[in-house]
Design a protein around this ligand. Structure first.
Ligand SMILES: Cc1ncc(COP(=O)(O)O)c(C=O)c1O
Length: 398
């Protein structure tokens, strides 16, 4: 059996162990400690947003951002449909309702024109959302200036879900800059990982300080435990922050490696009829966290699912583009504006293995398997073994 090629596995840089060692030697094993402080400081220096709090996950970061911006029962929050559930489920945790917007074709992220239409309609009926969430999927930024401009008209704060876009730029700024709050994820499949973790950032110190307070069970200043409100247990541990510090040192290298992988696939596959690559919006630089292709079954001669299963048979992990949130059973009652773009992307899109440690041999194996699928028709090949047993839970959480 060929060695398995994963979608985007962790890739350590080497220095992580040194910082973990420091954490052990200082005995700051329990949550918080100097590694967390240093990780937050070094992170703000890299992304250029002044205030940051390191948290247990990107989902926790989004939850606190929404909570602090006052999202609660009866409120509505607008979000893109084409995203991962962790960036939107906190809306429901807060007892608010979700309403979704389709993607544009330039970035695959929230379409600013559809957002403008939606807000205009809502203003008339007096139902403006409390917050607008944007997402920067697959390493590419949403059109933040356009989205901010629309939201500023109605005084609605924007929270940027930049979980997948650390290292990406928008008009020279970091992903999420310009939003009221920004979240990142260090989940195992992200461009850098702490094995699990997240960060909440803002230009507004008060937002970050409030998140810091809430993330530690909202303990008031007192020698005993005193609580005037309910908090969460959402802080990042000192050990995980140590891993994050090592990973930050190779972030720029990882961005270059991801982009190199994209270019390698593109050189090999872009002349094949029926294969199209995710575009790069002209306003920024994508990290190409995952290389994503669209497969036109008529022109290519095989469906996206055919290709995915053929890769799986070769022990290669790939994944359909995010299933839009408005198609998820759990969100079946949520309103949706548009939908044809993200449904099209979901039906044809495939995320190819994009691990930054992939070798040329690995890439050639993926490419050859895809090329061999041409003109094979639409009948999906049978997997020889149970799919579930072939997937490592370690890195396939999302
Ligand atoms: C777009 C997006 N939002 C939110 C999250 C949630 O982050 P976490 O897994 O760290 O909770 C992820 C990924 O994991 C994501 O890809």
């Amino acid at each position: 059996m060929n060695k398995r090629i994963y979608l985007s596995p962790p890739h350590m840089g080497g220095e992580e162990i040194k910082f973990v060692q420091e954490a052990f030697e200082s005995n700051y094993i329990a949550p918080l400690g100097p590694q967390v402080d240093a990780f937050e400081r070094e992170f703000t220096d890299i992304v250029g947003i002044p205030h940051a709090v390191a948290l247990a996950s990107g989902t926790a970061a989004m939850h606190l951002a929404l909570r602090i911006l006052g999202v609660g029962h009866g409120d509505e929050v607008i979000a893109p449909s084409l995203t991962f559930i962790g960036g939107v489920s906190p809306v429901i945790f807060q007892g608010a309702r979700l309403s979704f917007i389709d993607s544009d074709r330039i970035s695959w992220n929230m379409d600013p024109d559809l957002l403008a239409e939606e807000l205009k309609k809502r203003e008339v009926v007096g139902k403006l959302p409390k917050v607008v969430i944007t997402a920067d999927i697959y390493g590419q930024c949403a059109d933040m200036d356009k989205i901010s401009e629309v939201c500023t008209r109605y005084d609605i704060p924007v929270v940027s879900d930049s979980a997948e876009a650390l290292g990406a730029t928008y008009k020279g700024r970091s992903a999420g800059a310009g939003a009221r709050a920004v979240i990142y994820s260090f989940n195992g499949n992200k461009i850098i990982t702490t094995s699990g973790g997240g960060m909440l950032l803002s230009e507004d110190k008060a937002i970050v300080e409030q998140a810091r307070f809430l993330s530690q069970q909202a303990r008031d200043a007192a020698p005993h435990y005193e609580h005037t409100q309910l908090g969460n247990n959402y802080r990042m541990s000192n050990i995980l922050a140590a891993i994050g510090r090592g990973q930050l040192r190779v972030l720029e290298e990882r961005v270059q490696e991801k982009r190199r992988i994209f270019q390698y696939y593109k050189n090999a596959l872009s002349d094949i009829p029926g294969i199209e690559f995710m575009p790069e919006a002209p306003y920024g630089q994508s990290t190409r966290w995952l290389t994503v292709v669209l497969i036109d079954p008529e022109k290519f001669g095989a469906t996206r699912e055919y290709v995915r299963i053929a890769l799986e048979i070769q022990n290669i992990e790939s994944r359909p583009v995010w299933k839009p949130m408005h198609l998820q059973p759990v969100f079946k009652d949520c309103p949706m504006r548009g939908g044809s773009v993200c449904e099209y992307l979901f039906n044809r899109g495939l995320c190819l293995p994009s691990g930054s440690a992939m070798t040329t041999d690995d890439l050639d194996r993926v490419i050859q398997t895809i090329v061999d699928c041409r003109k094979k028709g639409t009948e999906v090949p049978q997997l020889a073994v149970d799919y579930g047993q072939r997937v490592s839970p370690r890195i396939t959480q999302n």
